[in-house]
Design a protein around this ligand. Structure first.
Ligand SMILES: Cc1cc2nc3c(=O)[nH]c(=O)nc-3n(C[C@H](O)[C@H](O)[C@H](O)COP(=O)(O)OP(=O)(O)OC[C@H]3O[C@@H](n4cnc5c(N)ncnc54)[C@H](O)[C@@H]3O)c2cc1C
Length: 505
């Protein structure tokens, strides 16, 4: 605290965004060194009205914000919560408390947050406020990006020491709004019944239980929704809200990797492969987000522009509704969708299968089905979501085309049928092969819809359409440029680029 009668110290506003924590928070550290700290979180009603955000996401965010409020209160401060457009909030703060500088983490969000950040930079420029944006993830902006050295720089950045919480912060005393409820933001209950707990303690407990207990079978168990629920880390919503930093997760993982390596070989079990695989996924987090950072248009345009308009918006919305409601007549697709609707999470393989089904079998534009999925994911992270959505739809120009068979995935990932029967109770009496292809029965089980397309025929047609374009000289030339801009430089990925179409039927 400053001595009595000392001149007022410079005021710095720490704008919390997708980084709802105090530890490993460089902007907070900078502000605390400079003088008085005003911690700000702005609830933006315009953001919460966007088509890709949802009630379940707000509930998780609200919990993470409340947790941050509590952490700041424990240190003697108060999080300043304000509702409205950020530039209006900044103008009001300036009118009430005088000039300040602004610090925040860089954000790789959707097009709306990108435009909002530009407006904030512009506001700072016009109002003579310094705005410093610190790098939060292994994602580089503009000219700072070097794809050839990306992985090395990621490792170095994540290995850097964590920034400690500053001691004895001089908190600004300001008024704060209350945290609104979902209804005040126009968000209505979307049927989520089991959601992960938000906040720092939950994030650390999740990391700890994964690294020391749940994660042993990770590499093999991650592909099935049955085993993946516990064997996957489940860190995604915490990383999205930034309650825990990627650096903290990475360093804890490396420490666990070393501890496992120090064990006698016979005691290591499956931990070495689990940890190696997990470290790879942590790189992917930023590798995918880097794509959206480098080219924000890929939120709505295919990376390979030759595919633009390939899947026209259908005039009939019945296919999209059946997909969204889990009533496609494909039991495993419907089980996955209903599980996702209830829990807000599903494992990677099943996300890929759902997108593949919507894009190849239903021939829906990924922008439409991707918006449906974005709303259902509590962990919606635009920088991962949109590049993955178009990758699973064959429109990136640099990845192998992979068409998942919804029937085979059911046999492989739910071999006993326990998951399908639980989430599609209309089929609870079925066992064996008929559970995944009930249309082969003499009569469809009561209450369960007929399949909306023939998956084998639609997969064949999709391949023809995609390959009709993919083999052209224009597609090849676009693909080379896309690889230069977005491609992973690992030899393994170069091999993947050369792979031909894959259908697991
Ligand atoms: C169509 C589609 C959409 C997706 N949308 C999202 C999204 O909105 N938000 C999101 O966090 N993930 C998304 N993913 C990636 C992946 O499915 C999730 O990160 C993962 O299932 C989250 O569970 P987990 O934390 O237990 O993952 P773990 O397997 O334990 O992985 C740990 C972390 O690594 C990162 N990661 C793992 N797999 C991937 C991947 N394939 N690509 C990029 N990063 C990865 C995530 O940050 C994840 O939390 C999407 C995948 C697909 C196919």
């Amino acid at each position: 605290m400053p001595a009595e009668n000392s001149p007022p110290r410079p005021l710095t506003v720490v704008w919390f965004k997708r980084d709802l924590r105090l530890h490993d928070h460089a902007p907070l550290s900078q502000a605390a060194q400079a003088g008085t700290v005003l911690p700000l979180y702005v609830i933006e009603p315009e953001y919460w009205a966007l088509p890709d955000v949802s009630y379940r996401q707000w509930r998780f965010w609200a919990g993470a914000i409340a947790d941050l409020q509590q952490q700041i209160a424990t240190l003697g401060g108060q999080l300043c919560l304000r509702s409205g457009a950020v530039v209006d909030v900044l103008s009001q703060l300036r009118a009430d408390y005088g000039p300040f500088d602004l610090v925040a983490h860089q954000e790789t969000g959707n097009a709306w947050t990108f435009a909002r950040d530009n407006a904030v930079r512009d506001w700072c420029h016009r109002n003579g406020a310094d705005f410093t944006e610190h790098q939060q993830h292994g994602i580089w902006r503009g000219a700072a990006l070097d794809r050839n050295r990306w992985a090395k720089r990621w490792d170095a950045m994540m290995a850097a020491p964590l920034t400690p919480i500053p001691s004895d912060i001089d908190w600004a005393r300001v008024t704060s709004d209350a945290l609104p409820d979902a209804a005040a933001l126009g968000l209505t209950d979307d049927g989520i019944v089991a959601m992960q707990s938000p906040g720092l303690a939950a994030a650390r407990a999740t990391l700890d239980s994964f690294l020391h207990d749940r994660g042993a079978p990770y590499q093999k168990a991650m592909s099935s929704p049955v085993s993946g629920e516990t064997a996957c880390s489940r860190l995604s919503p915490h990383l999205m809200a930034g309650s825990i930093s990627m650096r903290e997760v990475y360093q804890a993982t490396l420490a666990r990797q070393s501890a496992v390596a120090a064990l006698p070989k016979a005691d290591r079990g499956t931990w070495p492969s689990a940890m190696k695989s997990f470290v790879g996924r942590l790189h992917w987090h930023c590798h995918f987000m880097q794509k959206l950072e480098a080219e924000p248009e890929i939120e709505w345009l295919p990376m390979a522009r030759i595919y633009e308009g390939l899947r026209p918006t259908p005039t009939d919305s019945s296919l999209l509704s059946a997909f969204e409601e889990g009533r496609t007549g494909y039991p495993f697709v419907d089980a996955c969708m209903r599980y996702l609707r209830a829990t807000g999470w599903i494992n990677f393989r099943m996300r890929a299968m759902l997108m593949s089904f919507a894009s190849y079998n239903l021939w829906l534009p990924w922008q439409q089905s991707g918006t449906v999925l974005a709303r259902l994911f509590t962990d919606y992270e635009p920088g991962i979501h949109w590049p993955q959505s178009q990758m699973q739809s064959g429109e990136t120009g640099i990845n192998a085309v992979r068409i998942y068979s919804p029937v085979k995935q059911g046999y492989d990932q739910d071999p006993t049928g326990v998951f399908t029967r639980q989430w599609v109770p209309e089929l609870a009496h079925l066992t064996g092969k008929a559970l995944q292809d009930p249309w082969t029965l003499d009569a469809l089980p009561k209450g369960y819809p007929a399949r909306i397309v023939d998956h084998q025929q639609t997969a064949r047609e999709a391949k023809q359409r995609i390959y009709g374009l993919r083999r052209t000289a224009e597609a090849r030339s676009q693909s080379a440029a896309i690889f230069e801009k977005h491609g992973s430089r690992k030899p393994r990925d170069l091999r993947t680029r050369r792979k031909v179409a894959h259908t697991d039927d």
